[in-house]
Design a protein around this ligand. Structure first.
Ligand code: C2E
Ligand code: CA
Ligand code: CA
Length: 755
């Protein structure tokens, strides 16, 4: 589920990024388009206005020329108009005119190309006769029907401003057009000159221009009535207000037209360029932009793809690590929990969760080695799996723990299967052919709807198994009412422990240790008690195992060590002669890499000389972690703290192990002491003591209750005795009294030896 959520999240993120990128590319291209359009319209404007100015100059120049010529010919004209025409021939040729002519006031004209005309109908004629300098719009030549434009000025008699005739010069439209036609936008642009009413003065021969243009408004509306309506309107406004400006219009394709007043006859120069000129330019840039965009997206997608691939690979590896048990290749506990959930919901049968381990597996490992140990685990896994039915699963956890889910109809059926498994797996044949007697412990939780949390179900199965731990004869136990009560009780303790520690409810009882020879107080062991607020003293067996499971023991042990250090410093200060006090340290502490530094720190803080404290570690701690243990012992020895091996003889200890660890004192477990009287046991004890001494290890016997036990131990050379025979664990005040007495005895003894 989480995985897909993540996947969708990434995809969504990618999608958003791509959309942002596309929007950026799009708006960038839009802005490029805009700025190119603006730039092009600006250059169109420049061209058009420039063209209008040129045209204005051209017309003015020609008019000036004509005015000059009219002066030149006025006298000849009065006498002989035909002679005047002859006179003008050279000027006509020089200035590319089709012809120049002079006309009498009645319209009869004489021309440089010797044609007799009457131009009385022409507008330019009457305008010139009224004294204006004028240029005609385009006209059909009377002579050959060609398109022409005509400049006309009045001919004035000397000293009078009354026109006596008209001098006119005719351009063929082609020549006239050439004077305004400039190639721009690489030949894609062209221009017209139009009158106020839109009638054309100069048209264009450009292939894209309006064909047979008469009136520009009409042409616009004919070319594309729908799209050009507004443009025609805008053009009309521009022309009539004699302003420059541009319109967009359609004639086959989209075009821009710039309108510039020429300043003659209210003529306008219309300069046209196809929009494609702009588009081509922008498209080039846009293509590059799009290409870049696509490239970025591709790179981006590749990146995402790559990241996702790495991610899923890591995920898969993690899954494998988490879900596959390394030793058996089967399910891990994590996988078991995941797979079990849906199986629990299948309503056709009842379900049980079984927590299992192998009794004495550590012993087996020690005897046969880890490889053989792993083989055993694989063998068990394989055999159990073979016995499973559909919908049942099995997983191997840390060390020798297994968990499996069974489905059944009746409890008898379930028990039959459990017993069958225990019977079947009652021995193992090692690689070397040795037959090893196997015994399994199973805790069974029958799923009853009280909890639907698979992890707490597994916890309950585990707790059921804990109830038969070290009871060699019992193979299985159910999680039942008693276990549940115990669990509730533990929950209660757990809810109290932190507060109790903070409020000093954990206190130390001190049990004295005596030397066997002189029977003198030589030390003590600090044993924790929980003195509840109602003054009830709770013994450690009720909470220490729980704290070892939930990790709180580390805190408690540190606290006890600190307490003892402080107590000893106090007693020293009071002038008592304290004895070394050993403090218990759980094997759980060894998993904390800072533990030694912390203990040393506590000791230094208290200012107590190291000789006044010792640490007791249970034998199994040495057994589990010989290398860590040696590191710890070495560090403690460096600062002068001695180390005791507690409970020697309870685990699968081997005498050989003693040579591998540098302990100072061995504490013989009470179970040995209890067996005193039995000849074989006595032999074992004396040999252990002998061996320990040969390794420079002192021996303390624990749980000595009787005189007989004491005397035997004294006789076989046991160094120290701890037990009810000499003294029970007692509160600090009682123990201080004991110290007081000893101090007395001690000084007496000293006095004795001195005297
Ligand atoms: P242990 O370390 O083996 O402590 C010796 C236990 O034997 C003590 O039980 C003591 O009262 C009991 N004992 C001593 N002499 C006799 C005797 O002559 N007869 C009998 N029947 N018992 C005797 P206690 O105080 O109940 O402690 C039980 C266990 O709780 C300890 O066993 C130790 O494993 C654990 N424990 C106690 N205090 C601490 C502590 O501060 N930290 C840790 N980690 N464990 C502690
Ligand atoms: Ca102890
Ligand atoms: Ca002990």
């Amino acid at each position: 589920m989480g995985k897909y959520k993540k996947l969708y999240g990434t995809l969504l993120l990618g999608l958003i990024a791509i959309i942002i990128l596309l929007t950026a590319v799009f708006s960038y291209s839009r802005s490029i388009e805009e700025s190119y359009k603006e730039e092009n319209i600006n250059s169109l404007k420049e061209l058009s206005n420039q063209g209008a100015l040129m045209l204005n100059n051209e017309i003015k120049n020609k008019q000036n020329l004509l005015v000059e010529l009219s002066h030149d010919v006025s006298r000849i004209f009065v006498d002989d108009p035909q002679a005047a025409a002859v006179y003008l021939k050279e000027a006509a040729a020089r200035n590319n005119f089709k012809r120049i002519g002079v006309a009498l006031t009645d319209g009869r004209a004489y021309t440089t190309d010797d044609i007799a005309l009457n131009i009385s109908e022409r507008g330019y004629f009457s305008r010139a006769l009224h004294g204006q300098m004028t240029v005609s719009r385009n006209l059909d030549d009377y002579t050959d029907g060609g398109r022409i434009a005509v400049y006309a000025v009045p001919i004035l008699s000397d000293g009078s401003d009354k026109p006596i005739g008209v001098l006119f010069a005719t351009y063929s439209m082609d020549t006239f057009r050439k004077t305004i036609e400039v190639s721009f936008f690489s030949g894609a642009g062209y221009s017209y000159v139009v009158q106020e009413n839109g009638d054309v003065v100069v048209d264009s021969r450009h292939p894209e221009s309006f064909k047979n243009l008469k009136n520009v408004y009409a042409a616009l509306l004919t070319a594309d009535p729908k799209n050009n309506r507004d443009s025609a309107e805008k053009l009309w406004q521009l022309i009539n207000s004699k302003k420059d400006g541009y319109i967009e219009f359609y004639n086959g394709s989209q075009k821009y037209m710039y309108c510039s007043p020429i300043g003659v006859n209210n003529w306008m120069l219309l300069t046209v360029t196809p929009a494609s000129v702009i588009e081509d330019k922008t498209n080039m840039v846009l293509h590059k932009t799009y290409l870049l965009g696509i490239l970025l997206i591709v790179i981006f997608l590749l990146l995402i793809w790559h990241i996702m691939r790495i991610h899923t690979r890591n995920q898969r590896e993690l899954m494998n690590i988490a879900y596959v048990d390394e030793i058996t290749g089967g399910y891990s506990f994590a996988k078991f929990f995941k797979e079990a959930e849906p199986l629990l919901r299948a309503a056709d049968k009842k379900t049980a969760i079984v927590s299992m381990d192998i009794d004495g597996f550590k012993y087996f490992n020690d005897m046969f080695g880890y490889e053989e140990g792993n083989d055993l685990l694989r063998y068990i896994c394989q055999e159990i799996r073979a016995s499973l039915n559909e919908g049942e699963i099995l997983a191997h956890g840390v060390a020798d723990t297994f968990i499996f889910l069974l489905r059944f109809d009746t409890r008898d059926e379930l028990l039959w299967r459990i017993n069958d498994l225990c019977l079947y797996l009652n021995h193992y044949i090692t690689k070397s052919g040795q037959v090893y007697k196997l015994s399994l412990s199973m805790g069974i939780y029958e799923v009853d709807g009280e909890t639907d949390d698979i992890v707490s179900m597994a916890d309950r199965a585990y707790i059921a198994r804990q109830t038969i731990k070290n009871k060699g004869d019992t193979a299985w136990a159910f999680y039942d009412g008693a276990v549940r009560d115990k669990l509730l009780h533990e929950k209660e303790i757990e809810s109290q422990m932190e507060r109790a520690l903070a409020e000093g409810e954990f206190i130390a009882y001190y049990q004295p240790k005596y030397s066997t020879k002189e029977q003198r107080l030589i030390g003590a062991e600090a044993l924790v008690r929980w003195r509840r607020s109602d003054d009830v003293i709770v013994p450690p067996y009720q909470f220490v195992p729980l704290f070892e499971r939930n990790g709180f023991i580390n805190k408690l042990d540190r606290y006890m060590f600190e307490l003892v250090c402080r107590q000893q410093t106090l007693w020293l200060g009071e002038g008592l002669a304290p004895v070394p006090i050993s403090v218990n340290m759980s094997r759980m502490c060894l998993y904390d890499p800072h533990i030694v530094d912390e203990y040393i720190g506590i000791l230094e803080e208290s200012g107590l000389p190291a000789a006044y404290v010792k640490l007791e570690l249970t034998e199994s701690a040495f057994f589990e972690n010989t290398s860590i243990m040696n590191g710890v012992i070495e560090a403690l020895h460096k600062v002068g703290i001695k180390v005791l091996m507690d409970d020697f003889g309870t685990g699968y200890s081997s005498m050989m192990m003693l040579k591998n660890v540098d302990i100072d004192v061995l504490k013989l477990d009470k179970s040995f002491v209890d067996d005193i009287g039995d000849e074989r046991s006595e032999k074992i004890i004396s040999n252990i003591i002998y061996l320990a001494h040969s390794l420079q290890i002192e021996v303390t016997a624990e749980g000595v209750e009787t005189k007989a036990q004491f005397e035997f131990l004294r006789d076989v050379g046991c160094d120290y005795i701890q037990g009810y025979y000499f003294g029970k664990p007692q509160p600090a005040e009682a123990f201080a009294d004991l110290l007081q007495k000893e101090t007395w005895n001690g000084s007496d003894a000293d006095a004795d030896t001195k005297s």
